[in-house]
Design a protein around this ligand. Structure first.
Ligand SMILES: *[C@@H]1O[C@H](CO)[C@@H](O)[C@H](O)[C@H]1NC(C)=O
Ligand SMILES: *[C@@H]1O[C@H](CO)[C@@H](O)[C@H](O)[C@H]1NC(C)=O
Ligand SMILES: [Cu+2]
Length: 342
């Protein structure tokens, strides 16, 4: 009798646990109220400061995202990884060279980080790529640990292995498409992108053309000049200059599809680059939080006259709910909840 009683109690207990976890997932843990304090703050780290074991599991998680079906179940995009790229392609004209550029990409990278954790079980730190460490280094950019064939994202493209499509209307600088990456976890034959280059839909390899021309612009002194901007408008414009700005140098330094305004997120390095750009913005905000934590400017549309405000609504089709610019300004609040190791 005692045993039976105990068994019934156990059964009841496990049912309760079961129900609680089913009920808890969609409401409380997945979508906490925007603006509420964070339950946990994730500390993002530079790629080479992350344990090799975690670097490998990060790469495995990216590959997992590439295998998961797209949230719309469709052909284009064909995976969860491509959901993020497709959203970037669709919204390119609306989210670049405008006020929401930094806020929108901050949230995009955060949604991607959450997908790696929640959908692919990644438990380590989310990596950023601190280009200054390569800019200040004696070795060529192509020798950066970020391009390591085993503990990195593979190297540059090999000339002659990729032919740029005839329609280059959304491929502004085809000479940067040196060739297919032939080393590392995303090498040709192992990873095939379906969206891009540009707005085209083609099956293709990961295209890179690592370009040493940009290494001097990655030096910490050069980057500091940009972060030293005293108002957001100056900062926003100076970082986005393709040839000198810190947004452009990461894209141009990697070359290939990373230089494509639309389809750049075909390269998993896109997210490490943009997280570092976000880190530069956060550092800029932190130098004078009273004035900068909630400072925004820039047109709502490319070349437009209306200025972006805190109430501006940003959307993330396929990826998550709408958020305002205000919602992403303070990293210590939901839906952000992360910080940088340095
Ligand atoms: C590297 O960038 C420079 C400057 O834009 C350009 O002249 C050169 O063709 C590029 N090389 C490659 C391989 O992309
Ligand atoms: C999200 O924002 C977009 C663009 O402003 C808008 O078209 C859409 O209706 C919004 N969706 C919701 C659910 O509010
Ligand atoms: Cu972008």
């Amino acid at each position: 009798m005692v045993v039976l009683n105990y068994l019934i109690q156990l059964l009841f207990l496990s049912l309760t646990i079961c129900f609680t976890s089913i009920l808890a997932t969609p409401t409380s843990s997945k979508n906490p109220a925007i603006g509420s304090p964070c339950k946990k703050i994730y500390v993002h780290k530079e790629w080479r400061d992350i344990k090799v074991k975690d670097r490998l599991s990060y790469i495995a998680a990216v590959k997992c995202l590439m295998k998961l079906p797209s949230s719309n179940g469709g052909k284009d995009p064909s995976s969860r990884f491509e959901d993020f790229q497709a959203t970037h392609i669709d919204l390119t004209e609306r989210v670049h060279l405008v006020g929401q550029f930094l806020p929108w990409h901050r949230h995009l990278v955060n949604l991607y980080s959450k997908a790696l954790r929640n959908e692919c079980g990644y438990k380590g730190p989310i990596p950023f790529w601190d280009w200054a460490r390569d800019g200040d280094s004696k070795v060529p950019l192509s020798a950066s640990p970020i391009f390591d064939p085993v503990t990195g994202f593979g190297g540059s493209g090999v000339p002659g292995t990729y032919t740029v499509p005839e329609d280059t209307s959304t491929i502004p600088e085809p000479f940067r498409y040196v060739g297919c990456v032939q080393t590392g976890p995303f090498r040709q034959g192992v990873y095939t992108a379906h969206l891009g280059p540009g707005k085209l839909v083609t099956d293709h390899c990961l295209i890179r053309g690592v370009n040493e021309t940009w290494k001097p612009m990655m030096r910490s002194g050069e980057i500091e000049k940009q972060v030293a901007s005293t108002d957001f408008e100056t900062f926003r414009i100076v970082i986005d200059d393709f040839t000198n700005g810190i947004h452009g140098i990461g894209h141009a330094g990697v070359g290939g599809e990373m230089t494509n305004f639309w389809s750049a997120p075909a390269d998993p390095l896109f997210y490490l680059h943009h997280l570092n750009l976000d880190r530069m913005w956060w550092q800029w905000q932190q130098r004078d939080p009273a004035n900068r934590l909630y400072q925004i400017s820039g047109p709502t549309t490319q070349g437009g006259l209306i200025q972006t405000t805190m109430d501006f609504i940003m959307d993330f089709p396929r990826l998550g709910r709408n958020v305002t610019v205000r919602d992403v300004m303070d990293l210590a609040k939901e839906p952000n909840c992360f910080t940088f190791a340095y």
